[in-house]
Design a protein around this ligand. Sequence first.
Ligand SMILES: C[S@@+](CC[C@H](N)C(=O)[O-])C[C@H]1O[C@@H](n2cnc3c(N)ncnc32)[C@H](O)[C@@H]1O
Length: 411
Amino acid sequence: MFTTLRVNTLRDTRVNIREHVQSQIDKQYSERNQVAPIITEHPILGDTLVIPSNGPMHIQPVAKKVIVGLGCGVAVLRGANVFAQGVMGAPKNMSQGDTVSVHADIDGSCKKGFVQNFEGASVFVGNGIIEIGRRDLFCTAESEKVRGVALRMTEPLYEAPSLSDLSSEIVFPQNLPSIVCVHVLDPQPGERILDMCAAPGGKTTHIASLMKNQGRVVALDKSASKREKLLTNVHQWSASCVEVYTFDSSRCIQSDADITGPPPYPTGSFDRVLLDAPCSALGQRPSCRNKMTLAEVKSYPALQRKIFTKAVEAVKEGGVLVYSTCTIPVEENEHQVAWALQQFPCLRLDQQTPNVGGQGRQDNMLTDEQCTLVQRLDPRCIATETPTVNSDTIGFFIAKFVKLNYRNAAT
Ligand SMILES: C[S@@+](CC[C@H](N)C(=O)[O-])C[C@H]1O[C@@H](n2cnc3c(N)ncnc32)[C@H](O)[C@@H]1O
């Protein structure tokens, strides 16, 4: 029910950016004949704006039915219009100006260009008006196909802001827990920070903002295909203190390495390390279907431990290590913290600021005190009658460790 935007404090103040975004949202909603929501400033996070949504609306599907891909349907639930690439099936007589109902194909069984009445599993996400007719969408050569908005949502199931119109230089649409996570890391100007799993760069750009672009942020990601998006986000944000490398973080520390330039780096090189780990991502919302196998879900803890081991080596004594996931199983969260504390006596769990979430899940792996030190954002464990911006979030987990020197660790 809430959209959160992180503002670019490297470029302007939150007040100025809020006014600018409010005028864009007012225009957007008036074009849709909807009442624009008031954008507020998050009371705890000094760089965050909050836009409330409205819904579910009481609307009925109309006769003409358009099938869109699942990813597109999920985006519509978050306020997007339907872009040409997202349309899978549409009736033969569909033309510009028609009102249609939009259904997301849950199983991915609808073939591009489908004309029959689709009988696969689908979810209704709202009604809209066709801007690009069937012929242009499906009947032209690939190279001539039109791009852009194919269907403007006039009656979405949820009234939420469309974020594609907002300037990516001044706001970064980001889930609230991800914003909280970097505040917990608390990077300071002049420090050396390692972001071990950085793409697409949501947290990297935030780290640069909090450091006022002073210091050095090393952003690693193993995936070469995600490099472009990471670089684009870093450049659009003017995050000039960031260095981006395509690199496997489980190999990023080597005792005889040089601290300058690309990885690997010597042990204890960084003041703070963020391990926003690859995970099963079961906390993501909205979500209509998950195709992951159980074997895949179960593969993550071992990978997380492998990278975590390097994270401990990367951080200097007295430095901070933040471990986070956007998933909910205890095996990737509380159990990993228990393992880390046992495996690395130099680590101590630290208090988190801000802490807007709930405690860790109690299942005998962590003590009661340790459960209060980790932060679990999970709409199921923060039971509020009315959803708030801090409770109605994606599922997320944050643990903050301090690396003691060995003498302190032993006492
Ligand atoms: C949860 S996402 C990171 C999101 C990112 N921190 C952000 O806020 O935008 C996890 C990332 O880990 C990367 N990854 C997976 N294994 C890795 C490894 N061994 N070394 C570095 N990156 C890895 C994936 O490519 C993916 O981009």
